[in-house]
Design a protein around this ligand. Structure first.
Ligand code: PGA
Length: 266
């Protein structure tokens, strides 16, 4: 029997929302979901400057907060950087690692993602590791090689015991912010490839089966149900549609439906 994985709807706000805009968005989301049952795990990932505000607003409301990056050192002379302990101290529980925008614009590499993954595990932050191919890599038939290499590199030298938590987000780079959506069946195939890669690394089928895998890339209300209906897609990492309550709340509602379907019947 496959384990029941949590359903996760995560919002990556990127470099949007001042503190007061963040307050407004969170309050609208909270008001809209107040009556919903079977909530999925909702993770809001605002910019650093709004983290503390968002943590305070969602505390006791069953919603979690994530950062969009960390430095892998605990502390030190690293001007401009933020460490994992600084985030956990605020009540942040998750961190997005290796987002394609960080790989593309800020020199993030598979090696730095690995160091950050180790730092997040050390400080009990749940890592959401982003992997995905560019359009050129897809057209060259390199999707599977690129994605499995990114997964294996992120987990390099991390033992099964150290890997207390892990979420992978499959985000084809060509689908991010473009309106182009990866066909759900194809996204599911890549999610299975990711699960297979984890299984090959740890030789523990139950373990690979338990890792939540999210799809990301132009997720919106019109497409999410078909994405969440796939066997190996456990949720969504949402960019643009997480910035407006009226677009994000329907995604949470789709998550509620999936929770209803996955909760074991007693
Ligand atoms: P998008 O972004 O939903 O705007 O495509 C997803 C992401 O970057 O995580």
């Amino acid at each position: 029997m496959p384990s029941v994985r949590p359903v996760i709807i995560a919002g990556n706000w990127k470099m949007y929302k001042t503190k007061s805009e963040a307050e407004e968005l969170v309050n609208s989301i909270l008001a809209a979901i107040a009556e919903l049952g079977n909530l999925p795990c909702v993770v809001l990932c605002p910019p650093f400057t709004a983290l503390e505000t968002v943590v305070q607003l969602v505390q006791a409301r069953g919603i979690e907060v994530g950062a969009q990056n960390i430095d892998y050192h605990d502390a030190g002379a690293y001007t401009g950087e933020i460490s994992a302990p600084m985030l956990t101290h605020l009540g942040v529980k998750y961190v997005i690692l290796g987002h394609s925008e960080r790989r593309q614009y800020f020199g993030e590499t598979n090696a730095s993602v690995n160091l950050k993954l180790k730092a997040s595990l050390k400080h009990h932050l749940v890592p959401i590791v982003c992997v995905g191919e560019t359009v050129d890599e897809r057209e060259a038939g390199l999707t599977d090689a690129v994605v499995s290499r990114q997964v294996a590199a992120a987990l390099s030298d991390v033992s099964a015991t150290e890997l207390s938590s892990l979420i992978i987000a499959y985000e084809p780079v060509w689908a991010i912010g473009t309106g182009a959506v990866c066909e759900p069946v194809e996204a599911n195939r890549v999610a299975q490839l990711i699960r297979g890669t984890i299984n090959n690394l740890y030789h523990k089928k139950d373990f690979a089966e338990a890792v939540p895998i999210l799809y990301g890339g132009s997720v919106k209300a019109a497409t999410i149900e078909e994405q969440l209906a796939q066997s190996d897609i456990d949720g969504a990492l949402v960019g643009g549609a997480s910035l407006k309550a009226e677009e994000f709340v329907p995604l949470i509602q789709a998550g509620c439906k999936k929770v209803c379907l996955t909760v074991p019947k007693t």
